[in-house]
Structure formats: structure tokens, C-alpha cells
Design a protein around this ligand. Structure first.
Ligand code: NAP
Length: 279
């Protein structure tokens, strides 16, 4: 499943949608500290946003910023009318309570979908803002017409950012979902039973080729640095058994940014009353 090609098309669609709005959507990112990986993520998001015609504003606070500094900035961004979407880059430095910061973001502007209101809406089966990676996974499965209704879907990893939300999205599409994690017994047997297998653990090669059912659809979310470059959580030899599989890189990764841009337009539409936001 080619995430690069689909992401490119989605980004072009987003650019079209942006040009139909009365003014460009405003996306504010907040980066605290000088983590080099976070810096790269933020730069990539800004570049993609600009290409889609979104006004991206880069807010940076020093590593030693206090929790009040971060909460103060978030509040300022909540109050700014020209800001439609707020993205606080995680992780935050030690000493800053991430949950407190996440809860401080105005839910309608929370394009990451981490605020308890948005997470709760997903739990209720009425999604509002949903984290971008799970949205990207569903978009890829749909692009390749993967049957989800009644399918056995196994998700390995239960993080708030990938595993849990993707399990909810699959459940909503009437898949029978098994959510696995580090304490799951018989992980290999569970993986082998999956028609749709989503792996998001950050453990290179966790799923071996013989743990994939013949003809299954495999989504490899993992990003792991190896001597050979970036590798996923699934042994690439699994491509020999899978019906469909995402490459790493070039699968889920590019979809995440594309879906973040789409969520930014969604936030702009919520705020203009073009879509109903239930809060
Ligand atoms: P995370 O918060 O560290 O969560 C990892 C999950 O994997 C946890 O639920 C953990 O179980 C489970 N796990 C760890 N070792 C396991 C094992 N041996 N067997 C079964 N389950 C195991 O990670 P994350 O943020 O979800 O990210 C997961 C991976 O996806 C990372 O490589 C990350 O870089 C990548 N990622 C990619 C994108 C993208 O755009 N492509 C976006 C986000 C994340 P416990 O809960 O029991 O500890």
C-alpha cells in the first residue's frame, strides 16, 4: 500500500479545500525545548502546511520554560481567532505535566485529537478530531478496498496516539478487534489469526513473516532506526505472505502529515460553522 502516492493526492485535495475557504486556516505549533527529532517533525509539518496554503505559525519555548509558560501560550492561542488548529509537539520536557497541557487546548482546535473531549467522542463512536496516524491508516485501508466489515482485525500496541484510536476506528467499521500489548499471551497466534494486522510497537521485527496469515492486510506503523536505515515492526519478508502490506518508509508515515492537514481544514470548518462541533 503506497502511502506516499495517496498522501500526495490528499494534500492536493486539502489545498483545493483551503482555496475554497474565506481565509487560510491557521495552524499553530508549539515546541518546547530542543529535541532534534521534534524539530524535524515540526519543520516537515510546516513545509507541508505551507504547500497546502495553510498559515503555519511556529511557536518555540526554551527547554527550561515553566508549565505556566506553556499553559499561558496555549491560552493565548486558544483566544486568537485566526488560529484554527493547535498542535503541541510531544514529548514535553520533564517537569511539565503533559495531560494538563493537552487538557488546556480548546477542544475544537485540538487537531491531534488528544483532548479528553475528542478522545471521548471517538470512544462513543462519534469521532470529532481523531489522531492523524490512525486516520491515515483507515484512509489507506479504504484506498485499497480492504474489507473491514466482519474482518478479524488485530492491533498490536495500545498507545493513545496509535493503537487505541485505530482499534476504535476499526470497531466502528464493524471489524472484530483484538487489541494486543506487551503482556498479551500467544501474541504470534493472535497475529496469525488476523485478516487485518496493525502493528504499532516501536520494536523492530516484532512480527515475523510466519506470523502473518496468507493473504492478510498488514499495516506496519513502526519507525525504528537500524544500521540499514529506517525499519518497521514487521519483518519485510512478510510481504511474501501478505495480500497487502505498507512499506517502511513510504507507508503510514506520509499519511500522518496529510491527515494532520486535513484535520486542520476540519478545525477551520468547525469554527466557521460549516461542520457541527458538538461542544
Ligand atoms: P508507544 O507509546 O511506545 O507504545 C508502544 C505499544 O507497543 C505499547 O502499547 C506497548 O505495550 C506495545 N508493545 C511494546 N513492546 C511489545 C511487545 N514486545 N509485544 C507486544 N506489544 C508491545 O509507541 P507509539 O507512540 O504507539 O508508537 C509505536 C511505533 O509507531 C513507534 O515506532 C513510533 O515511532 C511509530 N509511529 C509512527 C507514526 C507514523 O506516522 N508512521 C506515528 C506515530 C508512531 P504496553 O502498553 O503493554 O507497554
Amino acid at each position: 500500500m503506497d502511502g506516499r502516492a495517496l498522501a500526495e493526492r490528499i494534500r492536493a485535495d486539502v489545498a483545493d479545500e483551503v482555496s475554497d475557504l474565506d481565509r487560510a486556516p491557521g495552524l499553530a505549533t508549539v515546541l518546547v525545548g530542543d529535541d532534534p527529532a521534534s524539530d524535524i517533525y515540526i519543520r516537515n509539518k510546516h513545509k507541508a502546511a505551507r504547500e497546502a496554503g495553510i498559515d503555519a505559525l511556529d511557536h518555540r519555548l526554551a527547554q527550561y520554560a515553566s508549565e505556566e509558560d506553556v499553559l499561558g501560550l496555549v491560552q493565548e492561542l486558544n483566544e486568537k481567532d485566526e488560529i484554527d488548529a493547535i498542535l503541541v509537539q510531544l514529548p514535553l520536557p520533564d517537569g511539565i505535566d503533559e495531560n494538563k497541557v493537552i487538557r488546556a487546548v480548546e477542544p475544537v482546535k485540538d487537531v491531534d485529537g488528544f483532548h479528553p473531549f475528542n478522545a471521548g467522542q471517538l470512544y462513543l463512536g462519534e469521532p470529532t478530531h481523531v489522531p492523524a496516524t490512525p486516520l491515515g491508516i483507515l484512509a489507506l485501508l479504504d484506498e485499497y478496498d480492504v474489507e473491514l466489515e466482519g474482518a478479524s482485525a488485530v492491533v498490536i500496541g495500545r498507545s493513545q496516539i496509535v493503537g487505541k484510536p485505530v482499534a476504535h476506528l476499526l470497531l466502528q467499521r464493524n471489524a472484530t478487534v483484538t487489541l494486543c500489548h506487551s503482556r498479551t499471551k500467544d501474541l504470534a497466534d493472535r497475529a496469525r489469526a488476523a485478516d487485518v494486522l496493525v502493528v504499532a510497537t516501536g520494536r523492530a521485527g516484532l512480527v515475523g513473516a510466519d506470523e502473518v496469515k496468507e493473504g492478510a492486510t498488514v499495516v506496519d506503523v513502526g519507525i525504528n532506526r537500524a544500521e540499514t536505515g529506517i525499519v518497521g515492526d514487521v519483518d519485510p519478508a512478510a510481504a511474501g505472505r501478505a495480500g497487502l502490506i505498507t512499506p517502511v518508509p513510504g507507508g503510514v508515515g506520509p499519511m500522518t502529515i496529510a491527515m494532520l492537514l486535513r484535520s486542520t481544514v476540519r478545525a477551520a470548518r468547525y469554527r466557521r460553522g460549516q461542520l457541527a462541533y458538538p461542544l
